[in-house]
Design a protein around this ligand. Structure first.
Ligand SMILES: Cc1cc2nc3c(=O)[nH]c(=O)nc-3n(C[C@H](O)[C@H](O)[C@H](O)COP(=O)(O)OP(=O)(O)OC[C@H]3O[C@@H](n4cnc5c(N)ncnc54)[C@H](O)[C@@H]3O)c2cc1C
Length: 464
């Protein structure tokens, strides 16, 4: 009998458990696994509520289509017909600029302009930044020998206004972090590579687009994918395929330790012996459970910073829906001095998620902005959101419902030097046979990366 423990029942742990379950059913009846989850529910930050006909996402609302692992997992689970794409025909994102919503110009790929006219005419950038964009086309290639922050990288190419107006708000929407502390090599590896090969990001992007358009004439797939009934449906379906007596919820693992060539997991008053262990935990939690087994590895995990985030779901009636701008929502640069970092018009982005007579807004705080309101009761947080929505959108109406969801230290921040830290982590991990790692601390914080990390961690232990 081979026994494997999985610590953490978020999507990373569930994906690992599912891979082990498949292995057990298909070819290894002697494989046994136990999944430990400290909370009463499985799924981690994947959490959906159904309110007044709306699908309200408390955590992630979708995943990027370009990374296939989450959609593949859904299809393996028989959820292929439940996948929905974002309504890209109506894709428009606004940036709050001196108190006004300004549409992101067409042709911007992250912060790289690929169409001259829309960017040239956009009020989003000053003439100085527009001039920098033209000069950027002559940026010389540069070896990516040293890591630097995204802010420093973007500033070198396009200047500080681009950091403030685009790079920082776009990254805080994804990582809940700040461009000044995130690593360009870990967070934007493609851009670092473009600089190495082409120098200019603008020229590299145009070359890439040309190549793609000659290779395929097919329409681009939707940018984001999700599930009709919400992201929790993925977690619930995965759970339904697992052996139920392998799942130990309400069980916090305090420590894992090496013993007799295997691993002892201590949870509550019990200790159990396993041949292998998958830590599918955020960095700080992984640091805590591994502190006795490997203080060095534990210190590396602990050094991975995490930020907290808050999402606020607000439902409104038909009148509000008709009064809101078209598009997917807006981002708020920090220089605008608001608490809100972003808001999504969910009824436009995923029309299946709100009845036609409802508007559904998802508002987002993270990092310092989330910490600043963390201790406040929900109604006061809703009050701050409503006040800012009034300033930004002129939205005065009373919401039909409002929900606040707080996620403490849930989003990993890949700081400058993250990839070097991952090398050290891998080196230390190899000294601990039977240990595999999954989760958002390492190679991507999005749901697809987490799904892949869980699957790969299981494969690693099955092979060994
Ligand atoms: C608000 C928010 C919005 C996001 N939006 C998106 C998005 O739109 N698209 C996208 O792709 N990604 C998004 N992400 C990122 C993505 O959802 C997460 O990175 C991913 O779901 C993390 O999954 P996980 O299983 O690694 O970790 P988690 O979901 O954090 O799960 C870890 C689990 O471990 C448990 N645990 C902790 N300590 C112990 C212990 N000692 N013993 C036992 N159990 C323990 C916890 O209770 C938890 O259930 C978002 C994240 C947040 C917080």
């Amino acid at each position: 009998m081979t026994r494997i423990a999985i610590v953490g029942g978020g999507i990373s742990g569930l994906s690992a458990a599912f891979a082990l379950e498949e292995q057990r059913r298909n070819s290894s009846p002697n494989l046994e696994y136990v999944l430990y989850e400290s909370s009463p529910r499985l799924g981690g930050v994947l959490h959906t509520e159904h309110i007044d006909g709306c699908v309200v996402e408390a955590g992630p609302d979708s995943f990027i289509t370009e990374k296939p692992w989450a959609a593949d997992f859904c299809r393996t689970l028989g959820l292929g017909d439940q996948l929905i794409g974002s309504n890209d025909a109506d894709r428009k994102t606004y940036i709050l600029t001196r108190g006004r919503l300004v549409e992101m110009p067409d042709g911007l790929m992250f912060m790289v302009p690929t169409k001259i006219l829309p960017t040239g005419l956009s009020p989003l950038f000053s003439w100085k930044t527009k001039l920098r964009m033209t000069q950027e086309l002559f940026h010389p290639p540069r070896a990516a020998d040293r890591d630097e922050s995204v802010a420093a990288f973007v500033e070198r190419h396009y200047g500080t206004e681009m950091v403030d107006r685009l790079a920082d708000p776009l990254l805080s929407g994804v990582y809940g972090g700040e461009a000044a502390s995130l690593s360009v090599r870990a967070v934007l590896p493609r851009f670092a590579e473009m600089e190495r090969t082409h120098g200019s990001l603008g020229r590299a992007m145009l070359a890439a687009r040309k190549k793609i358009s000659t290779l395929t004439r097919q329409p681009a797939p939707p940018l984001f994918t999700s599930l009709k009934a919400g992201m929790q449906h993925l977690a619930e379906t995965a759970v339904s395929r697992l052996t139920s007596n392998s799942l130990q919820t309400n069980t916090t693992v305090q420590a894992v330790q090496r013993e007799a060539g295997g691993w002892v997991v201590s949870a509550g008053m019990r200790s159990d012996y396993f041949d292998g262990i998958i830590l599918a935990l955020p960095g700080p939690a992984a640091a805590n459970v591994l502190r006795l087994a490997s203080p060095e590895l534990s210190a590396e995990f602990a050094a991975i910073q995490y930020t907290s985030s808050i999402t606020v779901g607000l439902g409104y009636d038909r009148e509000v829906r008709q009064s809101l701008p078209p598009g997917f929502g807006f981002l708020v640069p920090r220089s605008e001095g608001k608490r809100l970092l972003a808001a999504t018009f969910v009824h436009n982005k995923f029309p299946h998620r709100a009845p036609e007579d409802r508007a559904l807004l998802r508002c987002f705080f993270a990092g310092r902005n989330a910490e600043a309101v963390w201790q406040l009761p929900d109604d006061q947080i809703v009050g701050i959101v409503r006040n800012e929505l009034q300033q930004i959108l002129g939205l005065r109406a009373e919401p039909l419902f409002a929900r606040v969801y707080k996620w403490k230290s849930a989003m990993a921040q890949y700081g400058v030097g993250h990839l070097d830290r991952l090398d050290r982590i891998e080196h230390l991990r190899q000294q601990l046979p039977g240990l595999a790692l999954a989760g958002n601390a390492y190679h991507g914080i999005g749901v697809p990366d987490c799904v892949r990390s869980g699957r790969d961690a299981a494969a690693q232990l099955i092979k060994s």
